[in-house]
Write a protein that binds this ligand. Sequence first.
Ligand code: SF4
Length: 113
Amino acid sequence: KPNYPKPDGKLTFDRLSSVFVSNTVHEENQPSHLKLTDPSIPVEVNLPKWDEPAQRYCPAGVYEIMENNDGSKRFQINAANCVHCKTCDIKDPSQNINWVTPEGGGGPNYPNM
Ligand code: SF4
């Protein structure tokens, strides 16, 4: 497993702090714009084969593997944090994630770019 030093908050930053400065906003209660072709693949294929790489390659920490009360695993998508880089659409080893345009013009807002 990678063993990186923790972010120091001066030169290096954690992912959720970086999402915060991107001013990412999505409308509440909109359908997820991150679609799975087969919802079982993250836990049944990607997790045992590759330790579900979406947990690591997404720069916004959108994808998490969570544990249920009975010890089983589930794939959680925190779509509201997505910064629209589309890495998941390209990099998912099972080609199971489809990024679609979110409703309402939501997403990151970089006012100085
Ligand atoms: S588009 Fe980028 S930020 Fe959004 S979920 Fe995919 S990898 Fe994460």
